[in-house]
Design a protein around this ligand. Sequence first.
Ligand SMILES: [Fe+2]
Length: 461
Amino acid sequence: MGISWFYVVAILLFITNAATLCRGGITSSYVRKVESSEDMPLDSDVFRVPHGYNAPQQVHLTQGDHVGKGVIVSWVTMDEPGSNKVLYWEANSKIKQIAKGTVSTYRYHTYNSGYIHHCTIQNLKYNTKYYYMVGTGHSRRTFWFVTPPPVGPDASYTFGLIGDLGQTYDSNMTLTHYEMNPNQGQTVLFVGDLSYADKYPNHDNNRWDTWGRFVERSNAYQPWIWTAGNHDVDFAPEIGEPEPFKPYTKRYPVPYQASGSTSPLWYSIKRASAYIIVLSTYSATSKYTPQYRWLEAELKKVNRKETPWLIVLMHCPWYNSYGYHYMEGETMRVIYEPWFVKYKVDMVFAGHVHAYERSKRISNIDYKIVSGECTPANNQSAPVYITVGDGGNIEGLTTKMTEPQPKYSAYRESSFGHAILEIKNRTHAYYSWHRNQDGFSAKADSFLFFNRYWHPVDESY
Ligand SMILES: [Fe+2]
């Protein structure tokens, strides 16, 4: 009797272990109610035009140099060019300074843009709160921002992560939850697909304006670091618009020249203890192309003694176990993945898939067609791949998953939400993902990152 029970238990243990070995990580049991995601109507309060003649609107910030001492202030005036100057001053200081910017317009099909202003403020002090004012007369508007700490290995810093935001009721919930998060980031890493204006007839660029007004409540106070997505291409030769990324690049400048890039679609910045490389999935990536040559040189420049955290942003994920956009990133992955492993990238953030997923540390660099080794393998020099294309845009939620969950996938869930990356020091960073749930934000996934250069220990233990 005792022996037969022993066999039963042994067989059960074998079955359980076998199931564990064959399965991937966690597929969340939480499935949000799938409803159509509608854009908020044009007369929504979140799109309200500020009062006053020619009042600056769509005020937004991004980093303005390579090291975080510069800020690009952008805004749009609708009635006339107006002033292209920014008045700025340190909190508690009466000394006001002026920076002069540029103004331009563009035409897209039958749409004529407002007057788009960009002004780069250079040589700010680190770790300092600044107020700034744009506009003139009764239409002046004042905002503030805080500069990051000096670039250095132990500078702690918190980033928000938002992707594929759009301008639906769900988008508004995601942004609100980000703003209400007690650990809200000091800067947003935005992984592409901003306005989804291209979902409208002739890519109605008025929806670029509404998006700018929608995110102003965050983006006028903290920089958002931009990555280009497929909905930002706006390539429409059939309506006379053959210039890719026209509205995106006119509206959202980035400091690409500071990192030796020849295109605003790929560039890098240092911020606190992080070195952030932004790539373009929708530009040429193959060997000898400008992006390839830039990235090859760029990775050699990263000094982990100065910036321990090496982060890559791109729009289309390389590792994605959903049924939508499956393997779309393959052509890019096969070329660049060996570099990511060689240079020990800590984490790669992407969007595109309208859901959430976090991978284990894996690589597929052994696959050479003839080798037959086509399964991603555990690799402690490889990044963790995270998809946060879950901002909540007009295309709705991605729910279809490939089954069973691949072994490399640590956690996946079909929900909208945002993430927070809290860099504590040179060795540790705490990451959390927060789903939108029933009007409040709930932490659903978290991960304690160990730095790949300073503390390359397997975090899963
Ligand atoms: Fe996308």
